[in-house]
Design a protein around this ligand. Sequence first.
Ligand SMILES: *[C@@H]1O[C@H](CO)[C@@H](O)[C@H](O)[C@H]1NC(C)=O
Ligand SMILES: *[C@@H]1O[C@H](CO)[C@@H](O)[C@H](O)[C@H]1NC(C)=O
Ligand SMILES: *[C@@H]1O[C@H](CO)[C@@H](O)[C@H](O)[C@H]1NC(C)=O
Ligand SMILES: *[C@@H]1O[C@H](CO)[C@@H](O)[C@H](O)[C@H]1NC(C)=O
Length: 557
Amino acid sequence: MWIRSLIRSTCRSGLHVDQVYMWLSWVRTRWTLLLLFWLGWLGMLLGAVLIILQAPRCRDLPVTSWWNHGPLYQIGSVQAFTDGQDLKGLEQKVDALSQLKVKGVLLGPLHVAPPDEAVSLRFEEISPEVGNLEQFRGFVQTAHRKGISVVLDLTPNYQGTSGPWFSNVSVTNVAERLKSALVFWLDEGVDGVQLSGVERVSTIVPSLWADIRAIVQNGTEQRPDERVLIGTTDRSSVEDVSSLLSSTGVDLLISRVLRPGDPDATERAQSVQRLYSSHSLTRLAWSVGGRTQGHLASLVGPALVKLHQLLLLTLPGTPVFNYGDEVGLMDEDTKFPKMLWDSDDALNETRQEDRDERLSCLSFFRSVSELRGKERSLLFGDFLLLANSSSSMAYLRVWDQSARYLAAFNWAEEATLLQLSDETLPQQAEVVLSTDSSLLPAGGSVELSSLQLGPGQAALLRGTGIRARFRLGPNPSSTIHHPSSIIHHPPPIIHHPPSIIHHPSSIIHHPSSTVHHPPSIIHHPSSTIHHPPSTIHPSSTIHHPPSIIQVLMEQFK
Ligand SMILES: *[C@@H]1O[C@H](CO)[C@@H](O)[C@H](O)[C@H]1NC(C)=O
Ligand SMILES: *[C@@H]1O[C@H](CO)[C@@H](O)[C@H](O)[C@H]1NC(C)=O
Ligand SMILES: *[C@@H]1O[C@H](CO)[C@@H](O)[C@H](O)[C@H]1NC(C)=O
Ligand SMILES: *[C@@H]1O[C@H](CO)[C@@H](O)[C@H](O)[C@H]1NC(C)=O
């Protein structure tokens, strides 16, 4: 109707009828185009929303505390560390500790405790040769200003021979007195307490141990400056250490699981793997040596100092070093040798060489420690063992989208070849650091399928490429093949990761044409899955908890 009247009116205005129809169809086309434009726009908006909804969420950061953020540094003797000085002298060394990115000093014991004399024990009094309370306060203040926390070792009978808590006749009495000492020192601003021989007091006097815990950990959730209760034990078996972690309730347990004399790297790797899989890495501490065992360089030999520095600083948990381990300090006739503070003074030739060696250790330590403080993968990333043999080991540290690190170690006196050739790893990786830069220079590129490590060498690698990521998938190691359990997948089948990862007795061999799926297909839990009849049961991997699939599942939750 309105079109006719429109035509009529336009005719009157002198327009030809054809022109009017043309004009009308142009109007219609314009409306259609406009509609299509908005529909397209809506479609894109919907698409974007869908993509966002489908995209893997960033993993929530774990709850960590200051002692998870950097190495702890044990100073068992103030005089040895400060070259004959007291706590005032220690205050002057805070800058040096800060350069190592140390997050906490494990200091002392400093209290008056004549060996094996429970009656003369005075927890609240600093031994006069170490200094006085005024100096202690000065040190704590300076350390705090540099972001370094102070943990006081209050092991009662630290110089005695009848155990760290005296004989068990007096342990109740001693533990009772320790309680008021804890309140005293926490009021003085210390950030935590360390106690040796936790297994004894926690089992002999469980109620007193509960009180000790309550005092140190009181209100820890509410305060920003959390306090730590660190236990140390001489135990070295994974079972003992694991059960102590559960039963004592300490925040951090320093043990001897990484036995320095242990020649077998497989055992070392399995210990780490087992502790990591049954406890939160925020409660694990890694150390070689210590106040009672001696220094790293004496225990493992000067040639392996850097290797162990890299190991402790990249394992999942808190690294704990003895003073001087950063420069490879050796025990002499005492477990408390004088710290070597290097100056730029001219030295004769042999001493110059020693100093160069110390400075090289020191700069290596600083680099790794600094990197550890910045990289999420190294701070709290998942730990994935890639390979282990009697004298070598390699593992990945992985956190969500962050750069991923691969650490490889060779304890042997001969060179070794690690064959980390797997479709789940990139073919090449970049050397970030290595203990011997003439063999593996930093910044260089290496083939993971033939990673050559020199005698006693260790290296830290990072995935190359723009995204600097290791692509993950099943079976990260292909170094060990069990012919009896080799399974061949027909080409189109996408395997089910949980059934194969980390199963020690089976290696699944894929023809290379079947394995190149985009990561989202391999990793996505909803992808189509076929099990060949011979595939292992998914449940067979359940006691290997830190498996890659879990990491990936996390990311796709
Ligand atoms: C002290 O320990 C020994 C062995 O550890 C035990 O036989 C003894 O009964 C203990 N004494 C007390 C008073 O707990
Ligand atoms: C915990 O702290 C509060 C306030 O500082 C104090 O009243 C309470 O007695 C403490 N509890 C223990 C077990 O020390
Ligand atoms: C260098 O000095 C140290 C200690 O001062 C001494 O023991 C050593 O013999 C000296 N070496 C040479 C080559 O002079
Ligand atoms: C580690 O070594 C053990 C014993 O040789 C072996 O069963 C296991 O598969 C190895 N793990 C990896 C990830 O290579």
